[in-house]
Design a protein around this ligand. Structure first.
Ligand SMILES: Nc1ncnc2c1ncn2[C@@H]1O[C@H](COP(=O)(O)OP(=O)(O)OP(=O)(O)O)[C@@H](O)[C@H]1O
Ligand SMILES: [Mg+2]
Length: 313
């Protein structure tokens, strides 16, 4: 138990006739940030609700901080924090009052609640605005206050369900900073997101979830490598040749982007792919403007993984 903060084995949850979770497995090491990445409806919120004891799984074993979420729900609740997709702050109160109220709700006692509120406001760069009503906060400030509220009880494990959805790039960067600060403090964080860049930036490991299952798992680099490593991009001079080139190039899994006159494909042997492409184009008399080898983006990894699942289904 000591090294593992979250264990999920074969978790299932059905709504009506549909599986929201369909045998999901997940292990999160203590003190790490784990990203759960998936499209709308993949089951991310369902997973977070089960992990935070708000929802009972239909089947499977789920443990958080060494306790079973079904049979030891109260024990689990004492050790977790939750930042939901929709947070509950009092708009008319200032940030400081909101945090103090959260502390009181969690039986901290007036003095400790006040001290904790001050500490968290400083940590999240909100000390100057602590008295301003929350209604006047920017999106980024509000999310940082949400984050502070979820930390009032000093949880061992923190769940963040899409913490930056709806924020502008600046607000997003502010929240990322705050999450990074947490990991230094030893908190285990499970973060769901639809943003690949967010998972890439924050998470040491990522589970890609689609249709209630984990379809891939690993560090961002491992996931990128697992899709066939590097990619080759070929930009043609004439978009009219895209179809012909896609058919004759010695590559599998070619994607065509007519707007950019671009063919893109995963490659295993970089040099063989490069020379093969150049030769094939020359022989066919098709002019290329550019041919480059590059690392895949996490977006491509994600598209690749979720596509394959749909083909298999
Ligand atoms: N209370 C509910 N009643 C019925 N179906 C539900 C309920 N909650 C979720 N679902 C269904 O379960 C599936 C998973 O939903 P979930 O909210 O976990 O997805 P998600 O990954 O969090 O999506 P999003 O990115 O949109 O937040 C979806 O098909 C959803 O429609
Ligand atoms: Mg959700």
């Amino acid at each position: 138990m000591a090294d593992t903060a979250i264990t999920v084995e074969g978790a299932r949850k059905r709504y009506g006739g549909r599986n929201a979770l369909d045998g999901l497995d997940l292990t999160v090491a203590r003190g790490t940030v784990h990203g759960v990445l998936g499209p709308n409806g993949a089951g991310k919120t369902t997973l977070v609700r089960i992990l935070s004891t708000l929802l009972r799984p239909d089947a499977g074993r789920v443990e958080v901080a060494g306790r079973d979420v079904v049979t030891q729900a109260y024990e689990v609740r004492l050790r977790i924090g939750l930042l939901g997709q929709h947070a509950a702050l009092d708009e008319e109160l200032g940030g400081r009052q909101n945090l103090e109220m959260f502390g009181r709700l969690h039986h901290l006692g007036a003095r400790r609640a006040r001290a904790r509120a001050g500490e968290l406001l400083t940590r999240f760069g909100l000390a100057d605005t602590g008295r301003k009503p929350v209604a006047a906060y920017s999106g980024g400030m509000r999310r940082r206050l949400d984050l502070a509220a979820s930390l009032v009880t000093e949880p061992e494990v923190l769940f963040l369900d899409e913490p930056t959805t709806g924020l502008d790039p600046r607000g997003r960067a502010e929240v990322w900073e705050s999450v990074r600060a947490l990991t230094g403090a030893g908190t285990t964080v499970l973060l769901t997101t639809q943003y690949l860049e967010e998972a890439d930036q924050l998470a040491g490991r990522i589970s890609v979830v689609d249709a209630g299952r984990v379809v891939a798992d690993g560090t961002p680099d491992e996931l990128k490598a697992a899709t066939g490593g590097d990619r080759i991009d070929v930009v043609l001079r004439d978009a009219g040749h895209l179809g012909a080139a896609a058919a004759l190039l010695p590559l599998a899994g070619v994607r065509v982007d007519p707007d950019r006159r671009l063919l893109s494909a995963p490659v295993t042997d970089r040099m063989a792919a490069l020379s093969g492409v150049v030769r094939a184009l020359e022989e066919a008399g098709i002019e290329a403007e550019d041919v480059v080898l590059r690392r895949p983006t996490l977006d491509e990894v994600f598209l690749h993984l979720t596509d394959r699942t749909k083909e298999a289904a």
